[in-house]
Design a protein around this ligand. Structure first.
Ligand SMILES: Cc1cc2nc3c(=O)[nH]c(=O)nc-3n(C[C@H](O)[C@H](O)[C@H](O)COP(=O)(O)OP(=O)(O)OC[C@H]3O[C@@H](n4cnc5c(N)ncnc54)[C@H](O)[C@@H]3O)c2cc1C
Length: 289
């Protein structure tokens, strides 16, 4: 058995080179709140750890000239919370990331790690999908952009090619009257895995919903973008019929597992209930935006 190597490069190019040179035997280390647990359990035994926290682009938060944001993949929830503006523009993304684990975990856990770990129950992912966030990835053949909903491909797997590293998330500029929210159902009050998680982002103009996106977690092999739910909201005044139709679309999108946290019937029902509550919170925030 060879010793495990650890590198902490200060540039993205060095990180990409080192990771690619490991030929699939490397692992990226962001906060480590998944990776280190998996290593201790013997689930993964990487030959090389590439710590990305010294790469400025992966730990920075930038407001773009058009009012969007670019958030480094390794930014922790605690650091994102300290940003003077991000949380007022994207409160749902922030609350999703800061539902993860405990205060201690939130000081380390990143949205990049949450997405790349590939859990269908990853809390920040429905909110990122609802936000329309775009993932920038870089690998040996260059840089590309992928919609967040196209990153997970199944439990524990992603569409990142061998050697590719997730660099950052780009959040679009928001028109006035826009906001978002994330809610999850867990059997305990905290420190548990979502049975269902719903992210809703929407825009209201004169009381009419002109744009919406819905992300749905923990009810299928990957977190889902539920376009039928968004379409039920768009063009409505978020009246009962529109909300009921969006809730029904979320329940219809469910293809969940049956486990000790929730049966298939329970998860399917809760998906609709949470859609209603999450849309209500997002709409109230948008009215105040
Ligand atoms: C006590 C505890 C409670 C938790 N509670 C929750 C919870 O409530 N909700 C929830 O969703 N999760 C929870 N988690 C899981 C974990 O904290 C989150 O998934 C977290 O967001 C992972 O981020 P990280 O930065 O620590 O990732 P890491 O552990 O560093 O990485 C996770 C995986 O992604 C890969 N990776 C990381 N960054 C990149 C990148 N930029 N490019 C390519 N690959 C990358 C790593 O190689 C690894 O395979 C919990 C974990 C613990 C230990």
């Amino acid at each position: 058995m060879t010793d495990m190597q650890y590198v902490a490069p200060s540039t993205l190019d060095e990180a990409v080179s080192a990771y690619a040179a490991a030929n699939g035997d490397g692992r990226i280390l962001a906060g480590g709140t998944d990776l280190l647990v998996q290593m201790r359990a013997g689930m993964v035994t990487p030959g090389l750890i590439v710590d990305i926290k010294n790469v400025a682009e992966m730990t920075s938060i930038e407001e773009t000239s058009d009012g969007g944001f670019v958030v480094g993949a390794a930014v922790s929830g605690a650091v994102l919370e300290e940003h003077p503006k991000f949380g007022s523009v994207w409160p749902g993304v922030l609350e999703a990331l800061n539902l993860i684990g405990s205060t201690h975990v939130q000081g380390r856990a990143s949205a990049g790690g949450n997405l790349c770990n590939g859990s269908p129950a990853a809390d920040s992912v429905p909110a990122l999908i609802a936000a329309g966030a775009i993932a920038t990835v870089q690998g040996p053949t260059g840089r590309r952009e992928i919609a967040v909903e196209d990153v997970p491909t199944g439990p524990g797997s992603t569409s990142l090619a061998p050697g590719e590293i997730l660099v950052s998330f780009t959040f679009p500029p928001r028109p006035p009257g826009s906001s978002d929210a994330y809610l999850r159902m867990i059997p305990r009050t905290e420190m548990d895995i979502a049975v269902v998680g719903v992210g809703v982002s929407l825009t209201l103009e004169d009381g009419v919903c002109t744009a919406a996106r819905v992300g749905l977690g923990a009810v299928a092999p990957t977190v889902l973008l539920v376009e039928d739910a968004a379409n039920a909201l768009i063009g409505s005044k978020l009246d009962d019929a529109a909300i009921e139709a969006a809730a029904a679309a979320c329940s219809a999108a469910c293809n969940p597992i049956d486990d000790k946290r929730g049966t298939i019937a329970y998860r399917t029902k809760v998906a609709g209930v949470l859609l209603k509550r999450t849309a209500d919170i997002a709409a109230n925030r948008a009215r105040g935006a």
